[in-house]
Design a protein around this ligand. Sequence first.
Ligand code: GDP
Ligand code: MG
Length: 598
Amino acid sequence: VPVSRIRNFSIIAHIDHGKSTLADRLLQTTGTVSAREMKEQFLDNMDLERERGITIKLQAARMNYTARDGQEYVLNLIDTPGHVDFSYEVSRSLVACEGALLVVDASQGVEAQTLANVYLALEHNLEIIPVLNKIDLPGAEPERVKGEIEEIIGLDCSGAIKASAKEGIGIEEILESIVHLVPPPQDTVNKPLRALIFDSYYDLYRGVIVYFRVVDGAVKKGDKVQFMASGKGCEIDELGILSPTQIQVQELHAGEVGYLAAAIKAVEDARVGDTITLAAKPAETPLPGYAEAKPMVFCGLFPIDADQYGDLREALDKLKLNDAALHYEPETSSAMGFGFRCGFLGLLHMEIVQERLEREYNLDLITTAPSVVYQVTTIAGESYEIDNPSHLPPANERESIAEPYVKLEMITPESYVGTLMELCQNRRGIFKDMKYLTQGRTTLVYELPLAEVVTDFFDQLKSRSRGYASMEYHVIGYRENALVKLDILINADMVDSLAMIVHRDKAYNVGRALVEKLKELIPRHQFKIPIQASIGSRVIASEHIPALRKDVLAKCYGGDISRKKKLLQKQAKGKKRMKSVGTVDVPQEAFMAVLKLD
Ligand code: GDP
Ligand code: MG
């Protein structure tokens, strides 16, 4: 097909507003996937995504559509991940498009994640087509939601399409709008090859599979190509389109979307955002906007059973093949032994990796509480970053500490504004803006330390608003603050993996709450266990866990052997998620206690 009949678009939607259902419906209506092949939600193919009902990984689909004008068009849908942790990937996949469908649930309205992604799309000059989904629902209020989109985003909604992805209403209208409103790609086939990578994954048999949009020039099977940011080169073993299953082709041109397979060992060498060019006739400059995804949240991962250390390393090596954003390096903790310090894009990314390690690799892990990256300047004039609170130099050697701040936008029904403002205030938030929207909905904007968000902020927001508020944040820079290191001692041993960095004004309360929580979480032992919180050498809070009086085995002393065995087994099971710190068994929850203080 000529470039004039190609349309590249993505779908922007808040979680649950119907992106996957609509994508399925488009595939079905265009006959790309037959009803027989159609698994529900074709585009979400990772188990985890499905269970959590979120879209993490980008996928693409090429559809052929014969429009009412009688012409056949190629429509490439490039799916975007729906979560803030992956906003860099969202921005790259949007850059690969000329238009976007903005899907808003007509029974709900605009949510924070919709907003963030629409702003990204507007920044890149995409044509945005508003779609009011779920109009089959009795509670749907398309007119109200139209007003909301116009008011918040400033987008003309006179042509908004009323649709039901579920019932198949408005689907043809959506396809026609894509054809008529989304501009075709520019025809730059005569320029040197530049293709934008918007996704890549590692395949055990074929090496790295790269998804890309050809921006300029053309690419053929067998071509030797070069990745401009990583500097790696390779020969294309396989070239194809996504329909949405991979179908091989010989050649792809400017404006087209496809995949390539090559003998590359890790996705790190062909990262999202990198530019592909021809080794023999390279482009002068790469496509703009490449950035390395920088981990923002760190935690320690330790095997419960020290024998699993090697397995943990292997599992991380394997995950890394597929996840360029995952960072890890060996960490030795006096309390936890050998493990890894791991860096993630955000909390969801962290949870996903932890869950995969446990599920797919059968590892039993202890996870320490998440930390952000601090910038430390010493009196000696040195500056460096630390991602582990226990590495903070002592107070008398520090000149300053700076921590990352985020701009946080929330959208909430008016009645929860008070409680959410209180939450932000408790989290050292700085109020920036508040706007009343339609029908009692409000946007709230704060700046606050990322450290206060990576603890349980999202859970708090959801529970305080009964699930009605949504949020979105992005890092805006570093700020100096009066921060101190809070140490925890269990049975007089300092537990490095429980150390945390807190604001001086909150240190006393956090220390107090933490020792009380630990007292609750750590089981009784045969001996009395003191628990203390300290700043430097000054103890600011202390508690103790009284000794256990009865020996579990005492009652079957001299008695029945099998019963004794059962009891021991039961004890062993209870210990499964325990880590020995000195002579004290500390359960997993204790290492996360700081997340449960409110
Ligand atoms: P996503 O998170 O944006 O991908 O949303 P999904 O496509 O997974 O849809 C979320 C839920 O809304 C699912 O239970 C869908 O069946 C339902 N849903 C999607 N579109 C419609 C619609 O047009 N009408 C109704 N009633 N339900 C819908
Ligand atoms: Mg989905």
